[in-house]
Ligand binder design. Structure first.
Ligand code: GCB
Length: 636
């Protein structure tokens, strides 16, 4: 009971410290990715932090004792905790791994006097799930939601003449109104459970990793600064059309503005002097997926903004990467730059040994190398927005992204409340603001497998999808559906239909001979009813690397291979009709909660969790390479 009270307190706290602020024109202001420049310094506060969990029965003692008011070491035994990383798999303690409640981090830092007379911002790229941040004991900001960045100006809280410390408290509890939703269940039978015993029930199939998962950054800007940049692009003949708007922050308006468009080799190809405008680029280099243009995939331009304010010439400089491309759909095709695109996809997770969901450049590089090795040209950020450093690679390497929100497992009646809806829309706004300028993002997925067989899902998803469309008319909007075409109430609102199917796994297990028939019939029903293009957004079978049996048997590598082959037969028929993509579940094995249907995690990976191929990975590689290098089943 105490525990729930603590959460209620938290909700009202968040109300005061909302992360989204609005520009005068009503558009929510975005947040530029922190980049250094001639006017901006940047310092990652990554490394070893101090760490403590509040495992008091009320989960509230840390607040009663004001752990934020001094270094954590004053309040208990602090252990070293790496940032970025999840905290769960770092120690050998079950208590830490499975902890539910407030976990606390702190660290000390110094700033030299090059940071004086600047506006200093503290940005946290991801803290799962709810977070409160103090700088030198003063509340600086809070944020709800585990996968998107938040920041606050902290200039007046910092000491340039001595030490500083930052404290972060974060709570991984999932409730009916969080995204993803979950529920705390109290076990009250005194014969079986001690007083106050509770468990966290999840509605998703991945481990609820928590921690400071991505960079924590201090950066400086001039006091009058470039706050946000919107870029949209179009194509007319051989010309690229680039429209931009620049938003200012600080006391004065930005004046004496210079906007330059710079090509990949550093040549300035256009210059403007207003905060808003449209530039025509003759013979533009379009942004292409690498499978559609092998000579120059993922072509990125830079929009460089240089400004001077009216109070004495203080300038700010920011360089925003962007690509020129268009996306559209017909009733049978997904189109990039006026050419049909076929998604040779995979689904992913942010997940690996030890670090959990922690950002790791070595892992990112390995994953992109393995995506290319597989011949993958598209992935979905199942089931939450991924780190911006991952998205950068997708932009630069010409890999298409279906950008998915953390709306996974919206299945219970109390997940469709007005509070949930408002939060879902706020998350979509934050996600749009973060990723709007990325050419790799060709589609927004607002949810994975919600209970869209329930009547209340209709107005709920109409509202979320309308909201995303009001922010962005340049990309298709969808959600990923696992309902029946006859009973679903929300697919009518999407631009393109994404469905997950597990024939011969969750139904008719072992009967791979039924897959083609069942899949073709089912997808044809969807298309006949809604007349929209489709992607088979998940299909897969758990496979323990090294298990072999002939004839095939579930969980063996032979079964996974045979299973995928049967799906491919259906894809090869349907891709000449309305199927515009296929996405095996999953790129790699990943961790889940303990459960009798999961053998140390979900094993549907083409790769092991250590990113080495199973037999099925070779099958997918052969298939996708044939699509790239010429074959009958490809669409371009
Ligand atoms: C699904 C879910 C995914 C699961 C997968 C499975 O439909 O979207 O999160 O992990 O099935 O393996 O059951």
């Amino acid at each position: 009971m105490e525990f729930s009270l603590r959460l209620a307190f938290y909700a009202s706290y968040l109300h005061v410290f909302s992360n989204v602020c609005f520009m005068s024109n009503g558009k929510p202001a975005g947040m530029l990715y922190p980049r250094d420049s001639e006017s901006r310094s940047l310092r990652h506060l990554d490394g070893m932090w101090g760490f403590m969990i509040d495992d008091s029965p009320s989960r509230n003692e840390s607040f009663v004792n004001k752990w934020y008011s001094d270094r954590l070491s004053q309040f208990g035994d602090v252990i070293p905790m790496p940032v970025p990383s999840s905290y769960n798999d770092i120690t050998n303690s079950k208590l830490v791994r499975d902890f539910v409640g407030w976990a606390w981090y702190d660290r000390e830092f110094y700033l030299d006097n090059t940071w004086s007379n600047k506006r200093i911002v503290l940005r946290i790229d991801s803290a799962h799930y709810n977070a409160i941040v103090w700088v030198n004991g003063q509340e600086a900001m809070s944020h709800e939601g585990g996968h998107l960045p938040f920041e606050a100006e902290v200039t007046n809280m910092l000491h340039l003449d001595g030490s500083n410390y930052v404290t972060v408290a974060m709570n991984n509890t999932l409730t009916p109104t969080t995204l993803p939703p979950g529920a705390i269940e109290y076990k009250t039978n005194p014969e079986k459970y001690p007083a106050g015993y509770f468990v966290q029930n999840l509605q998703m199939d991945f481990f609820n990793y928590a921690g400071l998962h991505r960079h924590v950054t201090l950066y400086s800007t001039p006091v009058t600064y470039i706050e946000d940049i919107d870029i949209t692009t179009d194509i007319q003949g051989n010309n690229g059309i680039v429209s931009y708007v620049i938003y200012s922050g600080g006391k004065a308006d930005l004046i004496n503005m210079k906007v330059e468009i710079i090509d990949k080799v550093g040549h300035v190809i256009a210059t403007k002097t207003s905060y808003k405008g449209t530039v025509t680029i003759p013979d533009a280099n379009l942004w292409w997926p690498y499978t559609m243009n092998v000579t120059s995939p993922g072509y990125m331009y830079t929009l460089k903004v240089s400004v001077t304010d009216d109070n004495g010439g203080v300038s700010d400089i920011y360089r925003q990467p962007f690509g020129i491309r268009t996306v559209s759909v017909t009733n049978k095709s997904l189109i990039i730059n006026d050419r049909p695109f076929y998604c040779q996809g995979v689904n992913k997770h942010e997940d690996s040994d030890i670090r959990g969901k922690g950002l790791d450049y070595a892992l990112i590089a390995r994953d992109f190398n393995m995506l290319k090795w597989l011949g993958v040209n598209c992935f979905r950020t199942s089931h939450y927005p991924y780190a911006e450093e991952i998205m950068d690679q997708a932009d630069q390497q010409g890999i298409v992204v279906i950008d998915e929100s953390p709306g996974v497992g919206i299945s219970n009646d109390d997940n469709f409340s007005n509070k949930s809806l408002e939060h879902h829309k706020a998350v979509m706004t934050e996600m749009y603001q973060r990723d709007k300028n990325r050419p790799s993002v060709i589609m927004w997925s607002v949810a994975n497998e919600p209970a869209t067989n329930k009547a209340k899902a209709g107005p709920y998803f109409k509202s979320v999808i309308d909201h995303v469309r009001s922010l962005d008319s340049s990309r298709p909007v969808t959600f990923v559906c696992n309902q029946d075409y006859n009973t679903d109430v929300a697919v009518q609102y999407v631009d393109i239909i994404l469905v997950n199917k597990y024939y011969a796994w969750y139904s008719d297990v072992g009967h791979t001979e039924l897959i083609q028939l069942q899949l073709e019939n089912d997808l044809r029903h969807w298309h006949a009813k809604f007349n929209k293009p489709m992607i088979l957004s998940e299909y897969g079978a758990d496979t323990i690397a090294g298990f072999h049996q002939v004839p095939s048997f579930v969980f063996t590598e032979e079964y996974q291979r045979e299973f995928l082959e049967q799906y491919h037969k259906a894809f090869d028929t349907l891709s000449s009709e309305f199927l515009v993509g296929e996405m095996p579940w999953n790129f790699a094995d990943f961790m889940t909660v303990q459960g009798i249907t999961r053998v140390v995690g979900n094993k549907k990976g083409l790769l092991t969790r250590q990113r080495q191929p199973k037999m099925s990975a070779h099958l997918i590689r052969d298939r996708y390479m044939r699509m790239i290098h010429g074959d009958t089943c490809k669409k371009y």
